[in-house]
Design a protein around this ligand. Structure first.
Ligand code: BES
Ligand code: MN
Ligand code: ZN
Length: 490
């Protein structure tokens, strides 16, 4: 991970420099000094580029002053509109534009301590890269950036503000790694082993395999898994940070972890099927979230659960029309084996309630293509039976940039999953099918405040964003970390 340091403002003598400039503000302090040392090159470049400090705009100069390699002037927008997210985006922009520099000094005198910390977070999040399987990349093509120093008046305070943000970034990196790993590597047993590594952060990790799941009666989850040679797993991760002698009713987070979704016998078309390696992104976010919370020692009692299966067609695979008995006792007619995520969640959610009597539950899942049709790649879909939880999640989304849009639930939609021979079927019609999927899940929610986040459109990004390089986004980690931080810590 990119190393982020904070120091008092001192004139930079070597390496690359990023200079922050708010809209309609003139060069001052270190920026002004550099401009003078450069014989006015900076102000001339700004002038020629028509740069006025607008948010997202930058101007790049090469070797403007002896000793310095590059200088990037970064627009912050209006000072009065500055938010944590804006400075993060500036940090992300710096990491991207100066990725060929080994060391970058950011002149951020004007920023408050917490803003300086968020700038560091933005740079770290943008500098993420998954390099495991590149063996032939030329050195000149590799990013060089390894360290950034943010100069701020209140650098000691900025450093302590950065520590918990770094823990969250570690969680995000972990989630991105898991989501990016191909499905031949990241099988359910392998993903469970990677969950086990959270033990070193103080998380209690329990892993259940097919024997335990059969004994419990996880008929819905096991039906999905039965066509694969990969064994299923359920992982229960507990973080008890509230510090009470008896754990309070925990917050529970549940993730869909389909390590590959071929659709099963209701097989998907070949084109784009490779995307289904990231059908475990809900689970990846839950694992990353647990790492973040434990890493920053959140003062709350949290349980994360993930259901891990591979959905394959084979001689032993579940057939359309099969009826399975879920852990809740409710029976399900499986009319489409590609509607498998809800089957996995059904059993894990019921278990979570039986075992932990949670204060609330949030599940994350790349559940439906329909939510992408509805919301595109701008908002995750939120379904909830609880106004207060929905409101808190919406706010956390706005604060972190991981936005949510609430979708409806209702009796009329629930009718769509009436089965002729079992308690319910796993698909309804094509219309409103993201909502119907949510209704299905709600049948496994037992009078608890609950939210279902359909993140199918958010888990993977096809283009770079300021703090999210293209690929796995780890959507959900920041969102739920923020939910916990804002409302549930002692
Ligand atoms: N994992 C998919 C949903 C998905 C699609 C995620 C595209 C990300 C990108 C899910 O298991 C699925 O196959 N859903 C079906 C449900 C249908 C059979 C009712 C879908 O959305 O088409
Ligand atoms: Mn599917
Ligand atoms: Zn799926």
């Amino acid at each position: 991970m990119l190393d982020v340091a904070f120091s008092k403002p001192v004139p930079p003598k070597a390496g690359a420099v990023a200079l922050l400039l708010a809209e309609e503000e003139a060069l001052s302090g270190a920026g002004l000094a550099l401009n003078e040392a450069s014989g006015g090159a900076i102000s001339r470049a700004i002038e020629v580029a028509g740069f006025k400090g607008q948010k997202g705009k930058t101007v790049l100069l090469f070797a403007p002053v002896e000793g310095l390699t590059r200088l990037l002037v970064v627009g912050l927008g209006k000072r009065a509109d500055l938010t944590a997210l804006t400075v993060e985006e500036a940090g992300g922009g710096i990491a991207a534009a100066l990725s060929q520099e080994a060391q970058v000094t950011v002149l951020a005198e004007g920023l408050a301590a917490s803003e300086a910390a968020h700038l560091g977070l933005g740079a770290v999040l943008r500098a993420y890269r998954f390099d495991l399987y590149r063996t032939k990349e030329k050195p000149e093509d590799k990013p060089k950036l390894t360290a950034i120093t943010v100069q701020a008046e209140d650098h000691a305070k900025a450093k302590s503000a950065f520590a918990p943000l770094k823990a969250v970034a570690e969680g995000i990196y972990l989630a991105r790694d898991l989501v990016t790993e191909p499905a031949n590597v990241l099988t359910p047993p392998e993903m469970a082993e990677r969950c086990r590594a959270l033990t070193k952060l103080g998380v209690k990790v329990e892993i259940m395999g097919p024997k335990e799941l059969e004994k419990l009666g996880f008929g819905a989850l096991l039906g999905v898994s039965q066509g694969s040679v990969q064994e299923p797993r359920m992982v229960v991760m507990q973080w008890n940070g509230a510090g009470g002698r008896k754990p309070r009713k925990p917050l529970v987070f549940v993730g869909k972890g389909v390590t590959f979704d071929t659709g099963g016998i209701s097989i998907k078309p070949a084109s784009g099927m490779e995307d289904m390696k990231w059908d475990m992104a809900g689970a990846g976010a839950v694992v990353g979230l647990m790492a973040a919370l434990a890493g920053r020692k959140a003062k709350a009692d949290i349980v994360g659960l993930v259901g891990l299966v591979e959905n394959m067609p084979s001689g032993s695979a579940q057939r359309p029309g099969d009826v399975v008995t879920s852990y809740s006792g409710q029976t399900i007619e499986v009319l489409n084996t590609d509607a498998e995520g809800r089957l996995v969640l059904a059993d894990v959610l019921w278990y979570a309630q039986e075992k932990f009597d949670p204060a609330l539950m949030v599940n994350l899942a790349t559940l439906t293509g329909a939510i992408i049709v509805a919301l595109g790649q701008e908002h995750g879909g939120m379904f909830s039976n609880d106004e207060e939880l929905a409101q808190k999640l919406t706010s956390a989304g706005i604060a972190t940039g991981e936005k949510l849009w609430r979708m409806p639930l209702g009796e009329a939609y629930d009718k769509a999953i009436k089965s002729d021979i079992a308690d319910m079927k796993n698909i309804g019609g094509r219309h409103g099918s993201a909502i119907i999927a949510a209704q299905f899940i709600q049948r496994f929610v037992n009078n608890k405040p609950w939210a279902h986040l359909d993140i199918a459109g958010m888990a993977w990004s096809s283009k770079d964003a300021a703090c999210v390089p293209k690929g796995a986004t780890a959507y959900g980690v920041r969102l739920l970390d923020r939910l916990v931080r804002d409302h549930y810590e002692a």
